[in-house]
Structures are given as C-alpha cells and as structure tokens.
Design a protein around this ligand. Structure first.
Ligand code: BTN
Length: 322
C-alpha cells in the first residue's frame, strides 16, 4: 500500500514507524522523506517519538489521490491529471484524448492562464476555483447524442445543492447562475475526424472560493462564487467527487436509455424558460418568450412570427411587459 493509504487506513490514529515501514514496504528513512513530501503538498502529518505518525488533515487540493479517495464512480475521475498551472484544461484534455487516454480521464488545474469560454470568450481562472475537463468516449455520432453540456450542468447543480444547500439555476444553454450572477460555465468540444466523434471534452469552470477582488472589474458585477454566496470557504474536492458521481449516473442513463430525462430536470430549474428573452445568435437578435427545451437541447422561443429554435447564442432576460 502507498504510504498515504496506510496513514488513511489508520483513521486518524497513530501508527508506529515500524508498522508503517512494513505496510508501505519502505525503509524508515524513506518514510521520513515521503512524509516530508506529503507535508510539502499540504498534508498535515504529526510525528511523535515512540507513538509514530498520524494523518491529521488532507488538503483541499484536487490531487488525483484526493479525488479518488471515497469516489463513487466506475470511470469518471479514475484517471486524473492535476496541474498547478496550464493554459487551458480543455486543450490539454483534447491532447490526451488524441493520445488515447481512456474515457473518464479528468484534467484539472489550479490555475489557467488561457482559459476559454463559449463563443470565443476568455475564462478568468485564478487559483481557488474548480477548472477541469473530462474526456468522454460515448461511441455515438453527435447527432444521436443528447446535449452533454446540459447533462453536466444538471449534475453540477445537484452537486452544489448537496454540498452547499444553494439552489442555483441553469441559464440556457448551460451556465449556472444565482440570481442574475454567473457561477459556472461549461464548454463542450468534440474531437475526431469527419463526423466520427473520437472523444467529447467537457470543460467545466466553477467559481468556488474567489472573493470579489479576484474577479476582473469587467465581470465583477455579473459573476459570483460559492464562497461569496455561502459566506464561507467551500471544500472543492468533495464537491468535485459528487459532481463526478452525478455526471456518471446521468451519462450512463443517457447511453442505455436516451430518453433525456435530465432535460426535464434542466427545465424544472431553468433561469430562462417562461421568461421574455432576447437571444443573440449569429449576429442577429430575436425577442420572444422562452417556452421549452427540445430533446436536442435547442431553446424554443415563441416570437410574434412563430416559434424559433436556437442551438447556440447568448440569452438576455427582459423585464416582463405591462
Ligand atoms: C462559458 O461559460 O463560456 C464556458 C466556460 C468554460 C470554462 C472551463 S474552465 C475548464 C475548461 N478549460 C477551459 O479553457 N475552459 C473550460
């Protein structure tokens, strides 16, 4: 067993250096060195003469071994790569997908220097948030696949509700908002050749522990974080594990029975449906009432000239008339 696993198995009790050495298959000197390395990565480990070692606390840093500890999935997050700094986790995940990394691989960064959003926008990603990408290999053409980004939004909403009690809404297509403020965004990208989808990369950005000053002035009034909403720091690792669990659950359902029930959940917690909206897509703006989500994830807007379907675009809620 790895040293960390042996310490964990002791459940907060002391374990003697001799037993630790035996169970981890290491010399006493190697143990000391590894304990120092774990401490440098944020683990709090007590060492007391004649009693041994004790794991006091693990850091809330999404290291692969932290994510896997207590993870209730078969695939999602079982392979994971943690990077202190990267340009964009979506770009790295696409690279790994092309190199053959398996379904469920998670790429997660503490900080992104070139985070990307939908519609060619940039995504501000300082330390303290959750910035990650998942590789999926559904083995179906895109035309038969449901809107996986909405599926991920539903899973993320469930995870946030369970971990914080916050009832966030899904703003079409797949942003999570609280009131009018944006909390999370999702960027789904497909990789492959000529219509054959080799992999889908789901990139998720969730503002977790940023303070107001961490947002650039241009988005300070329109963005928020879980910490700002809850008034306390929120632990990222349990939230991520829970997201992976719900995402896998919904994804499996979608593959075995594509009845798209998650779209009903998205509609039930929508910040868009039932409202007067202006949708800006392809350089034109259309006003009307957002009436439903179609099974392909399209937003249907009832306008004076009839129903219009949108696959992409930016939605702005308008004040109700009268
Ligand atoms: C949006 O709302 O426009 C989507 C934002 C998606 C941001 C995430 S952060 C992790 C992943 N890597 C990226 O470069 N983008 C996505």
């Amino acid at each position: 067993m790895e040293l960390l696993a042996v310490l964990r198995a002791a459940e907060g009790e002391f374990i003697s250096g001799r037993r630790l050495a035996e169970e981890a298959g290491l010399t006493r000197a190697a143990i000391w060195k590894q304990v120092e390395e774990l401490r440098a990565r944020g683990y709090r480990i007590e060492a007391v003469p004649r009693r041994g070692y004790r794991l006091v606390a693990a850091p809330d840093i999404p290291y692969p071994e932290e994510i896997r500890h207590g993870l209730a999935t078969d695939r999602l997050g079982r392979h994971a790569v943690y990077l202190p700094v990267i340009g964009s986790t979506n770009d790295e995940a696409k690279r790994l997908a092309a190199a053959g990394w398996p379904e469920g691989t998670l790429v997660i960064a503490e900080e992104q220097t070139a985070g990307r959003g939908r519609l060619g926008r940039s995504w501000h990603s300082p330390s303290g948030g959750l910035w990650f990408s998942l590789i999926l290999r559904p083995g179906l053409p895109l035309s038969e696949l449901g809107p996986l980004a909405i599926l991920a939004a539903v899973a993320l909403r469930r995870a946030i509700l369970a971990e914080t009690g916050l009832k966030v809404l899904i703003k079409w297509p797949n942003d999570l908002v609280f009131g009018e403020k944006k909390l999370a965004g999702i960027l789904a990208e497909a990789g492959g050749e000529l219509g054959r989808v080799e992999a889908v990369v789901l990139g998720i950005g969730l503002n977790v522990n940023q303070g107001e000053e961490d947002f650039p002035p241009a988005i300070r009034s329109s963005a928020t974080s879980l910490r700002l909403l809850c008034g306390r720091e929120v632990r990222r690792v349990p939230l991520l594990r829970r997201f992976l669990f719900h995402c896998e659950e919904l994804y499996r359902q979608e593959l075995s029975d594509p009845s798209r029930t998650y779209l009903e959940e998205a509609a039930a917690h929508s910040a868009t449906l039932g409202r007067r909206v202006r949708v800006v897509a392809g350089g034109t703006a259309v006003e009307g009432t957002a009436v439903r989500l179609d099974p392909d994830g399209a937003l249907v807007v009832a306008t004076a000239g009839g129903e219009r379907r949108f696959f992409t675009g930016e939605v702005e809620a308008l004040r109700a008339e009268g």
